[in-house]
Design a protein around this ligand. Structure first.
Ligand SMILES: Nc1ncnc2c1ncn2[C@@H]1O[C@H](COP(=O)(O)OP(=O)(O)OP(=O)(O)O)[C@@H](O)[C@H]1O
Ligand SMILES: [Mg+2]
Length: 292
């Protein structure tokens, strides 16, 4: 069920904290379901072109926060600002227009098994544009090529491996050339190698196309590999915010306990996006075990 926003943020406060300089800001976000508080005072800023990670254990409110940011669910209190606009304070038609500039990859995939992979990617284009069918299919193929799945265009989602399904979901999220993409657990349930390939793909989207991305994960190595900035949630409260280095240097015992000190830091040399940008290897490797 949707809740109505019950408090607005004074414009003067927004100006003072420079809120309008960021692409997205969540301000004092508080959310209750049936009287139970699941987010309690979340306050964050996302800069244009960065990867912002929402990290935390299961049930801490990550998906709920992502839905607030993507214009799908207003918080009980507080405000979500995109480009300085309170997205739940603007007319619904304006919010709908804003959402055509966003992509969303859902936690549980949400690819339709009744149609081919290519048709799944084309679906948002068919629903939201008047483009001719031939052009829609060309755009769909380009997006599949970008995620290394062009060979799978005629398969059905049920024929894909877990990693391929995640990549197809990413291709669908970027079908409309969004400025802002939300990924909910893009590598959950994958083996570490396939999960690292998804991390590389997300880094590629940022580096090559400059897309701003908000990524929800509970996978600590993945978070520290891809994040420019992150927020660590626990039971709906923000435990820590900042760059990966700032989070790692936190002395808060709850933060130390959550991230641990033995986590291997990503070796940048292993990130194949660097090869991609240099034109050495423009294709991501196939996921190991795909279709096996
Ligand atoms: N529509 C809803 N109605 C009632 N409770 C909800 C609703 N959506 C989420 N919740 C509750 O809010 C809490 C946070 O849920 P949320 O899905 O945001 O967590 P999460 O961090 O994404 O968890 P996970 O890592 O398991 O995906 C949970 O206790 C969940 O049961
Ligand atoms: Mg979730």
């Amino acid at each position: 069920m949707f809740f109505r926003r019950t408090r607005s943020i004074p414009e003067e406060y927004l100006q003072n904290i420079g809120a309008h300089d960021d692409l997205l800001r969540a301000l004092f976000v508080m959310t209750q379901f049936d009287g139970r508080t699941v987010l309690d005072g979340v306050d964050l800023a996302i800069r244009r072109g960065e990867i912002f990670v929402i990290l935390g254990p299961s049930g801490c409110g990550k998906t709920t926060l992502l839905h607030h940011m993507a214009g799908m669910l207003p918080p009980t209190m507080g405000s979500i600002q995109i480009d300085g606009k309170d997205i739940y304070g603007i007319p619904p038609a304006e919010l709908d227009e804003l959402r055509t500039h966003m992509g969303f990859s859902f936690q549980h995939g949400a690819l339709l098994n009744s149609m081919s992979v290519l048709d799944n990617i084309c679906l948002p284009l068919r629903e939201a544009t008047q483009l001719p069918e031939m052009l829609i299919r060309d755009i769909g193929r380009i997006k599949l090529d970008m995620v290394g799945l062009i060979h799978a265009q005629d398969l059905e989602p049920s024929d894909l491996s877990g990693g391929m399904r995640k990549r197809a979901a990413i291709a669908r999220a970027i079908a409309m050339d969004p400025d802002l993409v939300f990924f909910d657990e893009p590598s959950a349930g994958l083996d570490p190698i396939t999960a690292a390939e998804i991390d590389n793909l997300i880094l590629k989207l940022k580096t090559v196309f400059g897309i701003t991305m908000v990524v929800v994960t509970h996978d600590i190595p993945s978070a520290f590999t891809i994040a420019d900035h992150m927020i660590l949630l626990l039971d709906g409260q923000q435990l820590a915010k900042g760059s990966p280095e700032e989070i790692l240097s936190s002395k808060d015992p709850r933060v130390v306990n959550f991230i641990g000190r033995t986590m291997p830091l990503a070796d940048p040399a292993k990130v194949d996006i660097l090869n991609y940008v240099a034109g050495v290897d423009s294709r991501l490797p196939e996921p190991r075990g795909a279709n096996s």
